[in-house]
Design a protein around this ligand. Structure first.
Ligand code: IPD
Ligand code: CA
Ligand code: CA
Ligand code: CA
Length: 281
């Protein structure tokens, strides 16, 4: 049996309340932030709202579960190497909360209303709770391992498309401008002619939530971090979908190149990415 509670405290309830509080606050700061800092490049930015949201989330989780560990994007040094190391170091924790305080910072900065808060809880390396909150639409997506996924009490289910040609898929453009972006371009070249169309909304967590809810048939991206993927991955799986790395291997916390689909188009999409040398390393 999955340990969803400690005493009378439900992990899921804390994740939901925390994501909702942080999301409301972020929304209230739209167009009202003062500090814009470059992390690794002009494509990779952070504001005081990212940091404030992470602080709020950390404080709320620590109040309820002081013995748990927390891995949050803004608590880690910028760049892929530091992120990989931080995840490895955190992986020993029995309970690890994995937090993206604002997923879609670029959108937030530009007032493009597509960003989210992503909170996942891993127990011994397995994600058991995932919550993604979109404050702009007030949509709260929640999944518990083995218990399904919901948006405001309604069960989410992946879409029914059987072929890529009938599919609406999404991707994202990595913030590093190294090999991942080149791989992404090859992927687009291969995928665009083979699908109904491609979208890129700018929030990995929301793309995954949309695959879970059947609004997208699939999504792929290279060079992500655990905090972008962990919660949304569980949403997709608990909605009947499939999540692997771009080479078709099973998902685990260290996967950075992902494909998430309704399951039916999974092999076709993953294979296309591999054949076009767009699956990354
Ligand atoms: C980014 C978003 C974006 C994706 C980038 C991520 P952030 O996260 O998820 O959609 O394309 O790769 O880094 O930095 O806004 O939390
Ligand atoms: Ca970021
Ligand atoms: Ca992110
Ligand atoms: Ca972020």
């Amino acid at each position: 049996k999955e340990p969803f509670t400690v005493g009378s405290k439900s992990f899921t309830a804390v994740a939901i309340n925390t994501a909702a509080k942080a999301g409301e606050w972020i929304k209230s700061k739209l167009g009202d932030f003062s500090s814009l800092t470059i992390k690794t490049s002009p494509h990779d930015l952070v504001t005081e709202v990212d940091k404030g949201s992470e602080m709020m989330i950390r404080n709320l989780i620590m109040t309820h579960f002081p013995t748990h560990s927390i891995l949050g994007e803004e608590g880690v040094e910028p760049g892929a190497a530091a992120s990989i190391k931080a995840l490895q170091e955190a992986s020993d924790a029995e309970y690890l909360w994995i937090v993206d305080p604002v997923d879609g910072t670029t959108n937030f900065i530009h007032g493009f209303p597509f960003f989210s808060v992503s909170i996942a809880l891993a127990h011994k390396g397995e994600i058991i709770v995932g919550v993604v909150y979109d404050p702009n639409r007030d949509e709260l997506f929640v999944a518990e391992k083995g218990k399904g996924a919901y948006v405001h009490g309604r069960r989410t289910m992946v879409s029914g498309e059987e072929r890529l040609l009938d599919s609406l898929v999404a991707t994202g453009f990595p913030t590093d401008r190294g090999p991942n972006i080149a791989g992404n371009m090859r992927g687009l070249e291969a995928v665009v002619p083979r699908v109904r169309n491609v979208r890129s909304g700018g929030s990995a967590a929301l793309h995954l939530a949309y695959v879970a809810a059947g609004r997208l048939s699939g999504y792929w991206e290279l060079g992500l971090n655990a905090w972008d993927i962990a919660a949304g991955m569980l949403l997709v799986k608990e909605s009947g979908g499939h999540v692997t790395d771009t080479k078709g291997n099973p998902y685990h916390l260290e996967v950075r190149n992902i494909v998430a689909t309704n399951g039916r188009i999974h092999d076709e999409l993953a294979q296309l990415l591999q054949e076009s040398d767009a699956a990354g390393n």
